[in-house]
Structure formats: structure tokens, C-alpha cells
Design a protein around this ligand. Structure first.
Ligand code: 5GP
Length: 117
């Protein structure tokens, strides 16, 4: 469990791999998922070296808050505030976290089932 500069989202953040950007702030980058699971599927990553929720909790609360604000601003940018959206953080093996760089999934665009599969 260690931050890796070579992971795919670190490369996207540095502009080494292209992405379809939705919204970039001083503290976060939001871009469309390459393999959308829902009609709207956007990923939001913080501009800090956090692998997972654990690192966000260990960081200062203001930094965590700025990242969370980036998620909300992205949802607004996508026009989702009226109809709503779901935010998912897959964390670790059982949740099938495949990229070891903290990221929030914004899922929306139709009525989503609950509980999630
Ligand atoms: P996880 O399962 O780790 O929570 O989700 C990782 C997500 O990243 C998946 O939904 C996957 O489709 C997406 N993804 C993986 N590689 C890339 C990429 O190179 N570009 C983009 N835009 N999304 C990616």
C-alpha cells in the first residue's frame, strides 16, 4: 500500500494520458470514465498523493473538504443537481478498487438501483 507516481490517474493528472475533462479546479480534476457503467459516469481525483480513503482521513481536514467540494462542483457542472447522482468510493479488494489513486465515481443519468449490486 503505497502511492505510485506511475499509476494511471497520476499520469492523467500530469497530462501524460489524455482525458475528457469535465471540470478542473485548483484541488481536483474530473473526467469521464473510459468505460461508463451508467449514462453519466465521471471520476473525480484530488491533486494530492492519496491512494485511498485512509490517506484522505490522515490528511488535514481542509484538504479533504476541498476535494469533496470538487465532487459537488463537478455534479453541478454536469447539470445533475436537480435529478441527483450517486458518489462511490471503491476501497480495497472486496470493493474492486482497481486504480490505487483515490477517486470518486459520480454515477447518474437514470434512476439507479438500491442497494447497488
Ligand atoms: P475502481 O474500480 O478503481 O473504483 O475504478 C477505476 C475506474 O477507472 C474504472 O471505472 C475504469 O473504467 C476507469 N479507468 C481506468 N483506466 C482509465 C483511463 O485510462 N482513463 C479513464 N478515463 N478511466 C479509466
Amino acid at each position: 500500500y503505497q502511492y505510485d507516481d506511475q499509476n494511471i490517474f497520476a499520469k492523467i493528472l500530469r497530462g501524460e494520458i489524455p482525458n475528457k475533462t469535465v471540470l478542473e479546479t485548483d484541488h481536483s480534476l474530473a473526467f469521464h470514465d473510459i468505460q461508463p457503467a451508467k449514462p453519466v459516469h465521471v471520476l473525480v481525483i484530488p491533486k494530492v498523493r492519496w491512494v485511498s480513503m485512509r490517506d484522505m482521513a490522515a490528511a488535514d481536514a481542509a484538504a479533504a473538504g476541498r476535494f469533496m467540494a470538487g465532487i459537488s462542483l463537478t455534479a453541478r457542472e454536469l447539470g445533475l443537481e436537480d435529478d441527483g447522482y450517486r458518489v462511490v468510493f471503491n476501497t480495497g479488494r472486496d470493493a474492486l478498487q482497481t486504480v490505487e489513486y483515490l477517486h470518486a465515481h459520480i454515477l447518474a443519468g437514470r434512476k439507479l438501483g438500491w442497494p447497488p449490486g
